[in-house]
Design a protein around this ligand. Structure first.
Ligand code: PMP
Length: 389
């Protein structure tokens, strides 16, 4: 019976990790994998996370199930962190999910249930966006968001495309630290797209997976907050994987900002029903950690200080990379203005493979680089290798 299945291709990023591991050359550089790395190349556990875990070990009274909706205290604290003033007092439905991916899938399942037909997706995007939406039965409608050769956001074309969206269609937007381009909308552009979404009666789904990695915790959510204030209904998918370094704990949440308490109740019961027929109850440990941190002023302060130092490390490397690479490719001065861990370099596949073969510099053939994969001490050498192409 299983022979009815055909073998599926390996995930290209996971395959790249395997190739990197097998490479025995000293000084190899991994710009592929999408996790934060520090100056030693490690993906550290936040100090505040360790402390919260210690407290949980001592005080957690049970491992009995959390309900399908998860912990309401976690949900409230995370909503406040994400939306600040813009989210206060808003009728919301929320559910704790297995990571941001779980949140996106539940959002997609909910939209399919509501009869949402199309979801508009700017390209390039995180490849899982299209896969998740299609798996839920939505039609993915793409439009150009970013031009790789000129490193420019194609805002006019984005607005033109969205002006043609049918009322009730959904629109996926990255809150900040765009994956894979690092290119973001300005405050004015957020205002304009928010007005268009409200005017055309579209449903925004905002994916926030890198809060704190771009310009700062509040700054990275500013566009999302502008949008939230402008529209009657919105979905927000939050991932705690990067912002709290909880990748494997699978921590996230889906929120629906609704126009009434009645609508919020209906959304919440539908989200819970969808979760029940999928994974039933969300994992608890990561959410308990986040809730512990956000509920304690000293732990919150320490977590904020640590994420700020990570943000500054990425920004410093970004700056050096932009200066070095723009000496040959003027257009790459844009890397300086981009934010978060990623940039999408205008490289041919042959260039990517040459860097890998000749210099043990690893990145996917798309040309996406994870800036956090670089240590300060190796930046100049890596720039030199790029310039030798
Ligand atoms: N959105 C974007 C843009 C991402 O890059 C990721 C993963 N890196 C996610 C959502 C979801 O992450 P996770 O499921 O690990 O929380």
């Amino acid at each position: 019976m299983f022979d009815a299945l055909t073998r599926q291709p390996d995930d290209p990023l996971l395959a790249l990790i395997g190739l990197f591991r097998a490479d025995e050359r000293a000084g190899k550089v991994d710009l592929g994998v999408g996790v934060y790395r520090d100056e030693t190349g490690a993906t550290p556990i936040f100090r505040a996370v360790k402390e919260a875990e210690r407290r949980l070990v001592e005080t957690q009274p049970t491992k009995a199930y959390v309900g399908p909706e998860g912990d309401p205290v976690f949900l409230e604290r995370l909503w406040d962190l994400t939306t600040g003033e813009a989210g206060r007092g808003r009728a919301t439905a929320s559910l704790q999910t297995p990571g941001g991916s779980g949140a996106l899938r539940l959002a997609a399942d909910l939209m399919a249930r509501m009869g949402t037909k199309g979801i508009w997706l700017g390209l390039p995007s995180w490849p899982n966006h299209a896969s998740i939406f299609k798996a839920a039965g939505l039609e993915v409608i793409t439009y150009p968001f970013f031009d790789i050769p000129s490193q420019a956001v194609l805002f006019d074309r984005m607005m033109e495309a969205l002006a043609g969206a049918a009322p009730g269609d959904a629109v996926l937007l990255h809150a900040s630290c765009h994956n894979p381009t690092g290119a973001n909308l300005s405050a004015d552009q957020w205002r304009a797209v928010s007005a268009l979404i409200a005017e055309r009666g579209l449903l925004p789904l905002i994916d926030i997976a890198y809060q704190g990695y771009g310009r700062g915790l509040d700054e990275d959510a500013a566009g999302l907050r502008t949008l939230l204030a402008a529209v009657p209904e919105a979905l927000v998918a939050v991932s705690c994987s990067k912002s709290f370094g909880l990748y494997r704990e699978r921590t996230g949440a889906i929120y629906a900002a609704c126009s009434s308490a009645g609508a919020a109740l209906s959304v919440r019961t539908n989200l819970a029903a969808l979760a029940r027929t999928s994974y039933s109850m969300p994992p608890d440990h990561g959410a308990a950690i986040v809730s512990t941190i956000l509920g304690d002023a000293a732990l919150t302060a320490d977590w904020k200080a640590e994420i700020e130092s990570m943000r500054l490390r990425i920004a410093a490397i970004r700056e050096r990379l932009a200066t070095g690479l723009s000496a040959r490719w003027q257009v790459l001065t844009a890397v300086r203005e981009q934010e978060g861990m990623f940039s999408l370099l205008p490289l041919e596949e042959a260039d990517v493979l040459k860097l890998r073969a000749d210099h043990a510099i690893y990145m996917p053939t798309s040309g996406r680089i994870n800036i956090a994969g670089l240590k300060t001490a190796e930046v100049d050498a890596v720039i030199e290798k790029f310039l030798s192409l």
